[in-house]
Design a protein around this ligand. Sequence first.
Ligand SMILES: NC(=O)c1ccc[n+]([C@@H]2O[C@H](COP(=O)([O-])OP(=O)(O)OC[C@H]3O[C@@H](n4cnc5c(N)ncnc54)[C@H](O)[C@@H]3O)[C@@H](O)[C@H]2O)c1
Length: 336
Amino acid sequence: MTTILVTGGAGFIGANFVYYMAEQYPNYKIMVVDKLTYAGDKARLEQLGERVSFVETDICDEQKMDEVLNGVDWVVHFAAETHVDRSIAEPGPFLRSNILGTETLVRLALKYKVKRFHHVSTDEVFGSLSLDSPEKFNELTPYDPRSPYAASKAASDHIVRAYGETYGLPYTITNCSNNYGAYDSPGRVIPLFIANALQDKPLPVYGNGSAVRDYLFVTDHCRAIDLVLHKGTIGKTYCVGGATQKNGIEVAEAILKILNKPAGLLQFVEDRPGHDMRYEIDSSYIKDELGWQPSVSFEEGLAETIEWYKTHQDWWTPFAERMTLLRESTNYRGNA
Ligand SMILES: NC(=O)c1ccc[n+]([C@@H]2O[C@H](COP(=O)([O-])OP(=O)(O)OC[C@H]3O[C@@H](n4cnc5c(N)ncnc54)[C@H](O)[C@@H]3O)[C@@H](O)[C@H]2O)c1
């Protein structure tokens, strides 16, 4: 029986991945480790019951992770500090979890001879594209991280590759664009806008709203990781994009339109320092090698996501309240 360890499985994408794998592979044993930071929530996994085993721990806790890694076949590593605005307010935990945490895991993965270490990373390691260029990120794009979050993820990618080259770690990496879908933290832009629109509160759009993101529906991302795990080549990196680029105004307007709310709820707020202007991923390599391409359009994915948030207010309302308290008690503005 294949045993998969999912780090950060109580987070947004990790939890979606656990649901996806539990459904696709009923015979796989799935274990989750998660520290349950402000971004983690065990309730995300509630519906899986006994199907998944859960260990609450910090990936930097070497002793605990040593016990967990023993007997694992594959590690899929999502655990990370991820909220860009928090990394600007307080970079320390990002460097610790994302860099030292990843190093702890790869070292133990080598010790227990895991068959695959899959590292989930971000397109933010590549920096920012200008609005008027036709350029896209791909596997050969030089790294140019611009926020503490992006720098910590870039370092984690380098560590994984270095341990592959130096010690033979059997790794793969995916660098993906902005995910959206069920169970996303209400601190991130799409769920924040949906939650605010549902409550007739303003939708805070950064700067003049022109920053563009490449949006990837979360289940398309889970399918890409599944393919890389089963058919990908060890030592390779795959860029995974949603083939949909939208700026802040377009996202806010689309949400207001679907929910039939007034356009006047869109409100411009002070921009994020060092705000990246545009991300766009060229997914040709994973398409050519593994036959992956996004299957859900932004319109379909957004409608489905809005429906999910409408019917899961009991999940996101307390989460949103926790995020508001966090924002008020720190220098953190929210809207990742
Ligand atoms: N959300 C996106 O759009 C996006 C885009 C590209 C890449 N990624 C990457 O995907 C991964 C998952 O992102 P997400 O959006 O699900 O993040 P998330 O913040 O929703 O979840 C991260 C999870 O990791 C856990 N965690 C954090 N530090 C930990 C530690 N030291 N030990 C154990 N657990 C810890 C948190 O409790 C949380 O459950 C991250 O590595 C992120 O860099 C995310």
